[in-house]
Design a protein around this ligand. Structure first.
Ligand SMILES: [Zn+2]
Length: 331
């Protein structure tokens, strides 16, 4: 099985990274003008969920279960390189006429393809295509999950992909005192503006136009902080790798009422945290572990309280067997 997975991985890795991101189609692969919003075929729960994304299309989605640099990840020390915002260039014009805002079924997306947003990362020029939202956050901020995460998707002419991830936290707007003492602890005007229209696209496949978007607030916020850089993957099928991630250290804030309105439309759309970069894919690892499992013999005279201990001891033995077999740690 191991060799089969390795073979499939090599095959999949040789394919040019697909253009889709967070949707069966996205604006990296723009639909014909006038065509409706296409609803994504994958999902986040049950048999359409991330454990079985490869099975939805065993050819295109192979990397979801074999890739070794998959996203999202727990952003702990050692998994990323911290870079200053001064090391990148980010410029996104305001959108006074508003932007298309679409419900893809798995996500709500603001189309920014024609706005001309630019991101220069490590000497490469990327153009802003769209941004969308995950609930809850996909990346884990040093072991902590945040209420939401915004993904700003950029691409080069050669269709290389860079994504800026921005965590979204909640702010209590009922506390007047807090707003006076901590002027930055106010809801993001940009997010409040975008989500003021989210009720208009409550039904998957529908679209609307946002109110005028002032992007400078977001750009200024990101430029005031740093980015956690790593090279990972799309967090949706086909899970293509070589995606350049920059997760912002600065967070956007959202009022509770607006968060609830967005949450009720977005639902649940976060892929589970993947393994450490460069290590075996968790799904491949799980298959190996399941195959290595052997029936446990519990002595007939085992006291009533013993099963828990027996289970723990069995788990330890199984872990030791696997570590010995692979020569790696499961931690
Ligand atoms: Zn995303």
């Amino acid at each position: 099985m191991q060799s089969v997975f390795s073979h499939l991985f090599l095959l999949a890795a040789s394919v040019t990274p697909a253009l889709a991101f967070c949707g069966a189609h996205t604006h990296l692969d723009r639909r014909v003008e006038g065509e409706g919003v296409t609803i994504s075929s994958f999902g986040y729960t049950g048999t359409n969920g991330p454990l079985l994304w490869t099975q939805l299309n065993t050819t295109e989605n192979e990397l979801c279960s074999t890739g070794t640099n998959q996203s999202p990840i727990n952003m702990v020390e050692g998994q990323f390189q911290l870079i200053s915002a001064s090391d990148v260039e980010l410029a996104i014009p305001d959108v006074p006429e508003g932007a298309p805002f679409e419900n893809l079924g798995t996500n709500v997306e603001v189309v920014m393809k024609d706005v001309g947003g630019q991101f220069v990362l490590e000497g490469k020029n990327y153009t802003l295509e769209q941004f969308h939202f995950h609930h809850p956050s996909e990346h884990i901020d040093n072991n902590v999950s945040l209420p939401m995460e915004m993904h700003m998707v950029f691409s080069t002419e050669a269709k290389e992909i860079a994504v800026i991830g921005v965590y979204v936290d909640l702010v209590d707007t009922t506390s007047i005192l807090e707003l006076h003492i901590l002027p930055r602890a106010t809801p993001s005007t940009l997010l409040e503006t975008i989500f003021s229209s989210v009720g208009e696209i409550a039904t998957p496949g529908t679209s609307t136009t946002t109110k005028p978007l002032v992007m400078s607030e977001l750009v200024d916020l990101l430029k005031a902080g740093s980015f956690q850089r790593y090279t990972g993957s799309l967090t949706t099928p086909p899970c293509s790798e070589s995606v350049e991630w920059s997760v912002a250290t600065e967070k956007l804030l959202l009022s509770k009422a607006t968060y609830q309105a967005a949450r009720d439309v977005i639902g649940f759309n976060a892929r589970y945290p993947q393994g450490n970069l460069g290590e075996q894919n968790l799904l491949s690892m799980a298959i190996t572990a399941a195959q290595a499992e052997t029936p446990v013999e519990v002595p007939a005279e085992t006291p009533a309280e013993a099963p828990a201990n027996a289970t723990a001891a069995t788990a330890v033995r199984r872990r030791q067997r696997l570590q010995k077999k692979r020569g790696t740690s499961l931690e």
